[in-house]
Design a protein around this ligand. Structure first.
Ligand SMILES: [Zn+2]
Length: 262
């Protein structure tokens, strides 16, 4: 991997976990965190935005980098984290999506993303999209080959309130296996502390996520997206609590997908 690729992704690698990992080991799971970072390569000078703006939810999914690493640690699996901000290029969009390189935040036009040339778009795709998705694609192939089965868990965070409407504490996003997604949500909330939405505030059936479209659907792999409210991911204690919950649910989800594939 060259320097540029290392800057564009962060790979938490547990591929050396023994074939029969101890209790809780699930190396067949791949954690993806497409909005983990608020970095922009220095050449682009923060796209003309302030440091404060680059720390907002529209630049980065707050808390998800630490959460994804904690989940991968518990499962003994790999986590692939974005190295650059979604405002530089949104890894959770297919290439044809008009918001791949967004031209505005929720508050204003992004100066560095105005009137981009095809060359500039190509440069960003090469700098961010290709390293992330090439790595994800080869990890998916490798895990399928090694374990005969794998699942993708994509971790995100969202704001507590959107357009005046309060959101649940977390949500599962799915475009397949609704019964297993429902079970995932039920286990996440089984102690009654958190409300978990299902396909809200957006539906996995309506969005086109590359992890679903490019990796999971063609291979009929189990996949699920997770959203956690960002205000619940600000303390270490809370992050560890959510990591425990998500790891338990992801292990159960993977096991159920394996059994249903027969
Ligand atoms: Zn996100």
């Amino acid at each position: 991997m060259n320097d540029q690729n290392q800057a564009a992704i962060e790979l938490i690698d547990h591929r050396d976990t023994p074939e029969s990992p101890g209790e809780g080991g699930h190396p067949e799971i791949l954690i993806l965190c497409e909005h983990a970072s608020n970095r922009v390569p220095s050449k682009w000078q923060s796209l003309g935005l302030t440091e404060d703006e680059m720390n907002q939810h529209y630049a980065v999914d707050i808390g998800t980098s630490a959460l994804s690493k904690a989940v991968a640690e518990r499962l003994g699996c790999c986590a692939l984290l974005a190295g650059y901000s979604r405002l530089f290029l949104d890894l959770n969009r297919v290439l044809e999506d008009a918001t791949l390189i967004p031209d505005r935040t929720t508050d204003r036009i992004i100066p560095g993303n105005k009137d981009l040339s095809d060359d500039e778009r190509g440069l960003r795709i090469a700098a961010a999209y290709t390293p992330f998705h090439d790595t994800a694609s080869s990890l998916v192939d490798e895990l399928c080959q090694r374990f005969g089965h794998m699942v993708i868990v994509s971790i995100h965070s969202f704001t507590p309130v959107m357009n005046g409407e309060e959101r649940p504490h977390g949500a599962v996003i799915f475009d397949d296996r609704p019964d297993l997604a429902h079970q995932f949500a039920a286990t996440l909330s089984d102690d009654g502390r958190y409300t978990i939405g299902e396909n809200e505030p957006y539906s996995g059936y309506e969005i086109k996520s590359p992890s679903f479209e490019m990796y999971a659907k063609p291979r009929n792999l189990g996949r699920i997206g997770l959203e956690v409210r960002q205000d619940l991911l600000v303390s270490e204690h809370s992050i560890q609590d959510w990591a425990d919950r998500i790891a338990t649910c992801a292990a159960e989800f993977s096991e159920s997908c394996r059994k249903s594939a027969g």
